[in-house]
Design a protein around this ligand. Sequence first.
Ligand code: ASP
Length: 413
Amino acid sequence: MQQERKLNLPAWIIIGMLAGILVGFIFLKIGGTFTTDYLKPFGTIYINLLKFMVVPVVLFSIMSGVISLNDLKKVGSVGIKTFIYYICTTALAVVIGLVVVNCFKGFFPVLDSSVTAGLEYEAAEAPKIMDVIVNIFPDNLLKPMVDTNMLPVIVIAIFFGAGVLAAGEKGKMIANLVESMDEVVMKVLMMIIKLTPIGVFCLMADVVAVNGAKVVGSLALVVGVAYIGYILHLVIVYSLGVKFLAGMSPIRFFKGMAAAMLTAFTTTSSNATLPINIECCNDMGAEPEISSFVLPLGATINMDGTAIYQAVATVFIACCYGIDLTIGQMAMVVVTATLASIGTAGVSGAGMIMLSMVLLQVGLPVEGIAIIAGVDKLFDMGRTTLNITGDATCAMWLSKVERRNKEKLAAKQ
Ligand code: ASP
């Protein structure tokens, strides 16, 4: 059964996506709201199904990852490596985004002040860095799970996993329970994952029907620039990463990731894509205890695509207001976009909300977000794809490190 799914799913997802694009174009021509009224709801059902599994997936997969690492020191060392890798690739992503957008900024329009004055964007309050850090640590066991607030859920999972290890023999029963729950959760996911081609079809048809007409002129240009950044990051950073760190052929990696990348592209949610990402990485030979720890963490804190988008959007908005960013401001963009992307939740549209934090930090008008808000979905599709692919590169790298450690240990014995 496993084999059958592996062979068919990516192909079916591509078919679903292409059919969705075709139907979307037809309804773009015909007009009306058929896709939004009757197709999108099925896409929403699919996303809801994936979303309700996010908390159990993260909770049980991180707990079981920590338990199977079998040693608290090892949990710390994997955790630190993961965090450093994520920060470095995200900072690189912002730099790539800034370089690309600066190459194109001569083509961006300076909007008439009567236009920019009329813009309104109700900025969701950008959280302060210290608040973000404090809120990682929950004051209640259940609330973060009910609110799907993933950073505290991760903290809870790590603490309980560590607790099971520390309890030794007496914790064995819980360890078995967690392992069994992890298995059950994955089986439920398999059932939901089979619906991906249908979900992708419905979502894609609506995206094309709704956004097709909006992508004209400079908006198409800025979306295109973001995609150049995404592709460069994918080709340069991820290919080199899997080649030299994970010792894997980039082509094999991207082939293995096809199902997860296509799901991310259409659901625009790292959280919703997490189960498929875990599956793809394990199929490519990742160590399950590593992927079940590194990927949920990445779905929550590692957002390279979001970082590129924030760099591109910031420079674009500055241009629209006739503002030329200084080198100092660009450096500020690197720092804040890296931090903002860590604080971005792995859900659809979250990156645009966090963009207000970057704009505020560099002193740009937050209302500028209104210029690009209409096509955020298009940015989001690419950035989410990148976000989850980055997580997978880290999982493949650390799996290799783990395998090597195991071999060394075996050789010693
Ligand atoms: N949708 C993105 C994700 O889930 C976050 C974002 O909006 O940038 O990874």
